[in-house]
Write a protein that binds this ligand. Structure first.
Ligand code: FCA
Length: 337
């Protein structure tokens, strides 16, 4: 009697183990089959800006559930097109991209279309073969002219705070006009300086060959040596690294921090500089919302893939915060960055 009871219990146990295992494997199977894979491709993964976008793409995926983000660095055209092949081979349904070159737009779209992948662009807009913006591809980006204008206004304010004489002062504007968002930011900044009263003839533009610190440093050096008469420099540039390159060039040519004012754009990429024990000429940075860029672009793509809801063609993100040495930790904390 006792043995048969034990045997009976054993068999119940076995059946339930089987049932549980079966159920479990069904769930796993269903989950895998339902997981939506989306790519997130960025041109410069070494910039904290893009790392932050990636982080918030993952956060969106977590909140949405059933989404996996495949993050790929795409520093050039070849890597970009290969990445799209890989995404398709992995069963991805679409991708968010900050392209390494806006002119790749038509090639990227052709390849994406051949695989039926949906595309959302972030930060940098595609250009067509005629060099015009591809306004039919959804884009989410910072409000470029406005953030540039803010940079110009803040530079002017800081110059006034320091009681600089305009006649000893010039603007070094490091430009990258092939990238439309960069052109709009620096033009906005220059326009705001002129509007505030800065003499247009003392605004010197120097194009950078690459959008990183070494490129901007070269561009700045070649302009600084042409103007030995200038005592104080205001530095305009499209992002933190550009302005940092400019500031490094002034240091290399013997300018002291009190004779240089640089205000960057991105915020995330200025943390090391603003943490330095002694102030440099880089006094602050305008922080837009890389968190929103990463999160919203992912969410838009997901809804497009999953529910067929097409994203708006253009989503500008505004309201930057000015970070400086005193407030940057608190401001970044507030946004969870
Ligand atoms: C461009 C710049 C980045 C960042 C982004 C929003 O892609 O290269 O540094 O500012 O726009």
């Amino acid at each position: 009697m006792k043995t048969s009871k034990r045997r009976f219990l054993k068999s119940i146990l076995a059946v339930s183990v089987l049932a549980v295992t079966g159920l479990y494997s069904n769930v796993t199977y269903a989950k895998d089959a339902d997981t939506i894979k989306l790519g997130f491709l960025v041109k410069q993964p070494e910039e904290p800006w893009f790392q932050t976008e990636w982080r918030f793409a993952d956060k969106a995926a977590q909140d949405l559930g059933g989404v996996e983000i495949i993050k790929i660095a795409v520093p050039d055209g070849e890597k970009t097109l290969n990445a799209i092949d890989n995404l398709a081979a992995n069963g991805a349904k679409g991708f968010v991209i900050c392209t390494p070159d806006p002119k790749l737009g038509p090639a990227i779209m052709a390849k994406a279309r051949s695989y039926g992948l949906k595309v959302v662009t972030v930060d940098d807009q595609f250009l067509n073969a005629a060099g015009e913006p591809m306004t039919n591809v959804p884009l989410i980006m910072m409000a470029a002219t406005e953030i540039g204008e803010r940079q110009g206004q803040e530079l002017y304010k800081e110059m006034q705070k320091r009681n600089w004489d305009v006649k000893d002062t010039a603007v070094l504007a490091i430009t990258a006009d092939e990238l439309d968002t960069a052109r709009r930011r620096t033009e906005g900044s220059i326009d705001a300086l002129i509007k505030s009263g800065f003499p247009v003839e003392k605004i010197y533009k120097s194009p950078t060959k690459s959008n990183d610190i070494p490129g901007a440093l070269d561009a700045a050096n070649s302009m600084l040596v042409q103007h030995p008469e200038v005592k104080n420099w205001l530095i305009v540039g499209m992002n933190d690294n550009t302005v940092l390159g400019g500031v490094r060039a002034t240091e290399g040519q013997g300018f002291k921090a009190e004779n240089v004012i640089g205000i960057g754009i991105n915020g995330t990429d200025a943390v090391n500089e603003l943490s330095k024990p002694n102030p440099t000429g880089f006094v602050g940075s305008l922080l837009p919302s890389p968190d929103v860029h990463g999160y919203r672009s992912t969410e838009m793509l997901y809804k497009w893939v999953k529910e067929g809801i097409e994203p708006p063609k253009f989503t500008p993100v505004g309201d930057p915060v000015l970070l400086n040495r005193e407030n940057f930790r608190a401001e970044l904390d507030k946004k969870g960055l």
